[in-house]
Design a binder for this molecule. Structure first.
Ligand code: 13P
Ligand code: SF4
Length: 331
């Protein structure tokens, strides 16, 4: 192909409409996203709480720990993170050479929002000799003030790694914290934060479901409240829950976590029955409103325009990286 003008258009200009251009309604979005993944050398990392169609186009689906591990090792030029902000931030912290794009910058998390760094710092200053273990659902600023990061799949291991004579400050999820205190018999000071989705499950409705389905096993995420956890047959991270449903001989499960994960459970065990954990009232509160901000349209635009992009000051990134690396070394 030859060009009449003095400067031939760049490959980018040939391949993609200008940033901000509206979406051509005739496009097959799934096909376009797959094409953009190739032309951008991009990888799509998705959490289980994404809509099914997003999970189906992802290159990798996992729990928070697996997603962080995958983000660290990818050699793709671009990471599109289909999850929430703190997850994309973790990807950037671990792999700063890559461009990290998110479908929607407003995809936050009630746990991260409930733990602002100034309050967290003040809490730590009250107990200067204590070790700070912080759940990965927090901002980069809070990570930078923490000694160790943990996820729901490795929290027990991280707590066990701290010498017995050390006091532990555990933030920001009080439900996961209380679960660990009871399971490990290890006292910890708990930040009083919670996940707005996992607190929504109705104990009364779950009890009713169990009566109607006595053969069903109740499986729960440790972000759920204590009465739900106490009734549960199995407690674990999203990946642990999925694996349990595959390995366990039961053929019916009540799933007390965000409903998105049920998509993978049904795919892995089509002959089994999965009942979504029932929320209080008639809302769709068992769907995370932050996770569900991501759509196919926004993913297409993020890959096309390479925006919005996750950036952070290098000094913050370096400080936040240390407790995450400590976690990964122990995982
Ligand atoms: P995991 O996938 O690590 O279990 O975390 C669940 C969660 O709430 C993520 O926001
Ligand atoms: Fe945060 Fe809860 Fe949503 Fe997970 S499900 S991102 S913990 S609000």
């Amino acid at each position: 192909m030859t060009f009449a003008g003095p400067n031939p258009p760049t490959l980018q200009a040939l391949d993609h409409p200008p940033p901000g251009a509206s979406i051509d309604p005739s496009l097959d979005l799934e096909e376009e996203i797959q094409r953009l993944k190739r032309t951008r050398n991009a990888v799509v990392l998705a959490h289980y709480y994404q809509d099914s169609e997003i999970q189906d186009l992802a290159d990798f689906i996992g729990d928070s720990l697996q997603l962080a591990q995958e983000a660290k090792k990818t050699t793709a030029d671009v990471i599109l993170f289909a999850g929430v902000h703190f997850m994309a931030e973790t990807a950037k912290i671990l792999n700063p050479e890559r461009i990290v794009v998110v479908p929607d910058m407003k995809a936050g998390c009630s746990l991260a929002d409930g733990c602002p760094v100034d309050r967290y710092r003040a809490w730590r200053q009250k107990y200067p000799d204590a070790v700070g273990i912080t759940y990965i659902n927090c901002s980069a600023e809070v990570k930078a003030e923490s000694d160790y990061i943990c996820t729901s799949s490795n929290a027990e291991k991280i707590v066990r790694a701290i010498p017995e004579d050390k006091e532990i400050l555990f933030a920001p999820d009080k439900n996961l914290g209380r679960y660990l205190v009871e399971k490990l018999g290890r006292p910890m000071r708990l930040w009083q934060g919670s996940c707005m989705v996992h607190e929504t499950f109705s104990l009364k409705k779950i009890v009713g479901l169990r009566e109607r389905h006595p053969d069903a096993k109740l499986i729960s995420h440790p972000e759920c409240e204590e009465p739900v956890l106490r009734l549960s047959d199995f407690i674990g991270s999203t990946t642990a829950l999925l694996k349990f449903t595959i390995a366990d001989p039961a053929t019916k499960f009540i799933v007390a976590t965000e409903s998105g994960v049920v998509h993978q459970m049904r795919k892995a065990s089509p002959h089994k029955e999965f009942i979504e954990g029932p929320p209080e009232g008639n809302c769709a509160c068992n769907e995370c409103p932050f996770m569900r901000l991501n759509t196919m349209e926004k993913i297409y635009l993020a890959l096309r325009d390479l925006e919005p992009r996750l950036e952070m000051p290098e000094a913050l990134r370096e400080r936040a990286r240390v407790p995450i690396e400590r976690m990964l070394a122990l995982s």
